[in-house]
Design a protein around this ligand. Structure first.
Ligand code: PNS
Length: 169
């Protein structure tokens, strides 16, 4: 029988991509033939980085892995899953605090698209305390974010800081 490539989606806001996300995406890439990182264009929230910047950073960080790609998506995740032919949605489960939200999302997505399975992966404990929200908070107070995000993302924060200081002088 011909091998049908198994495609998974790793969806999220990725505002910004953290080392926790990198760990998750690399784990997903070991399980699936192709991984599409889906960057939500969240009209409701006011993101720090534009969808194009977030997609560009993910492509840059995973340029060594040709089975990983990044795309922005708007609307329902299951519709995006259908469009890319995904059989699975991969999410990270860092702790019990994540569980309720993740379970609710899993069951809703299963209700909407029973054929698409959600796979929860446990990250490396060395990165399981990292969240995009806390990275932004630390950076906003001038704290060091090296080791929490890929170097390209840390550099982007530095660029932002430099340009906002220039605007203020
Ligand atoms: O990284 P996040 O912000 O926790 O990711 C949340 C995301 C993008 C997976 C979720 O908000 C989502 O799938 N949004 C798309 C809209 C949708 O399909 N909503 C119903 C899913 S229960």
């Amino acid at each position: 029988m011909p091998h049908v490539p198994r495609v998974a989606i790793v969806p999220g806001s990725f505002d910004p991509l953290t080392n926790g996300h990198v760990d998750l995406i690399r784990r997903a890439a070991r399980l699936f033939d192709r991984v599409v990182v889906g960057v939500l264009v969240n009209a409701g929230k006011q993101p720090l980085f534009s969808p194009d910047e977030r997609v560009g950073l993910i492509r840059d960080v995973f340029r060594d892995l040709d089975t990983v790609e990044a795309q922005a998506f708007d609307g329902l995740l299951v519709e995006f899953a259908r469009r890319v032919g995904a059989v699975a949605i991969v999410r990270g489960l860092r702790s019990v605090a994540d569980f309720e939200y993740e379970e609710q999302m899993t069951l809703m997505n299963r209700h909407l698209a029973p054929a698409v399975e959600t796979v929860s992966l446990t990250p490396d404990p060395a990165v399981s305390f990292i969240s995009s929200r806390l990275v932004k908070e630390v950076a906003s107070y001038g704290g060091a974010i090296d080791g929490l995000v890929p170097p390209a993302v840390a550099a982007r924060f530095r660029d932002r800081h430099t340009s906002s200081r220039k605007q203020n002088v």
